[in-house]
Write a protein that binds this ligand. Structure first.
Ligand code: 3HC
Length: 295
């Protein structure tokens, strides 16, 4: 397959990353099918895309015409077969769980055309293991976006053990067509490159607070203002989703060992479903008029 052959892109999962990826594909002029497991989730994802496109138009980052065209090119779908039966590319952005992802890939393999390429937005899991759940491991690679996809320039394109050169080339070309900067990751290691650096940073920030060495506000003011990161470590954790950070760490801990042990503070937030911006509360509280105060 070549870039010119791509017309229809299906995004599996309408959550934080899935809807953002669908928005990026729509803005690049593709026909997009956004799939999730029920009407409520898929409609919620569509509404988030509409919110974001309105915001971008309001701030003159895109024209009103582009906004309207992008809105029209996204179709919310629940049925798996009709989501993928005409797809040229399937980008998967569902929950960060190997068993669930593998089950979905088995089902999608049955209904997607033979030539369709699969790309996973996994934050850390093995691309090779995921590809083996499909009927086309050579047409499979990682395509890792960053949150919020519509604003972040980088995409990691990750080669698994079975990925063909043609698959890498076409996904890299697609990332460029999305107006992003792809970086090839040639080793399929947990967390790839960015999360291998960023997620331990967020974990270490938690250990500092857990041990009583500094407060959330103190850590964030040093990471944001002194270290020069665009957001504080905890603000970023809330934006990415505390569950995502926790699952990535659990996997890195399992495969890479002790230095990646998740801080109990993360587990506590996950158990209480305080997952960050998406639930209204995480390390900060977003519920009072959108105010951003330590929780
Ligand atoms: N769509 C449209 N608008 C959005 C938006 C979205 N998805 N998300 C936020 N905005 C809006 C805000 O509502 C705000 O609007 P307001 O001014 O009306 O309140 C506005 O954008 C803020 O944008 P600005 O350009 O004014 O602000 P910033 O200069 O702070 O830029 C940012 C925002 C680009 C998000 C910047 O803070 C940033 O780069 N943050 C770091 C994000 C990051 O590192 N992400 C990677 C995380 S790791 C990851 O995702 C991997 C995963 O696997 C864990």
């Amino acid at each position: 397959m070549q870039l010119e052959d791509i017309e229809i892109i299906t995004v599996l999962g309408a959550g934080t990353m899935g809807h953002g990826i669908a928005e990026v594909a729509a803005l690049a002029g593709y026909e997009v099918r956004l799939r999730d497991i029920n009407e409520e989730l898929v409609e919620d994802g569509y509404e988030q895309i509409a919110w974001s496109l309105d915001k971008l138009a309001e701030k003159d980052r895109i024209s009103e015409e582009t906004r309207d065209e992008a809105k029209e090119s996204v179709t919310p779908v629940v049925d798996v077969e009709s989501a993928v039966d005409e797809a040229d590319i399937v980008i998967e952005a569902i929950v960060e769980n190997m068993d669930i992802k593998q089950d979905v890939y088995e089902e999608v393999s049955e209904h997607a055309p033979e030539q369709t390429i699969f790309a996973s937005n996994t934050s850390s899991l093995s691309i090779s293991d995921l590809s083996e759940a499909t009927d086309r491991p050579e047409q499979f690679c990682g395509m890792h976006f960053f949150n919020p996809p519509v604003r972040m320039d980088l995409i990691e394109v990750i080669r698994g053990d079975h990925t063909s050169d043609e698959t890498m080339d076409v996904i890299e070309a697609l990332a460029e067509d999305f107006d992003k900067s792809p970086v090839r990751v040639r080793k399929d290691v947990p967390g790839f490159i960015v999360n291998r650096i960023l997620v331990p940073l967020m974990n270490e920030a938690c250990w500092i607070v857990e041990n009583g060495d500094a407060t959330v506000a103190e850590v964030d003011s040093t990471t944001k203002y002194d270290l020069g990161l665009p957001m504080g470590a905890f603000e970023l954790g809330d934006q990415v989703g505390i569950d995502v950070t926790y699952h990535v760490l659990e996997y890195m801990h399992e495969v890479l060992g002790e230095p990646y042990e998740p801080c109990p503070l993360l587990e506590e937030k996950v158990d209480n479903e305080n997952l960050g911006q998406k639930t209204g509360k995480g390390f900060y509280d977003y519920e009072d008029d959108g105010a951003n105060v330590p929780a």
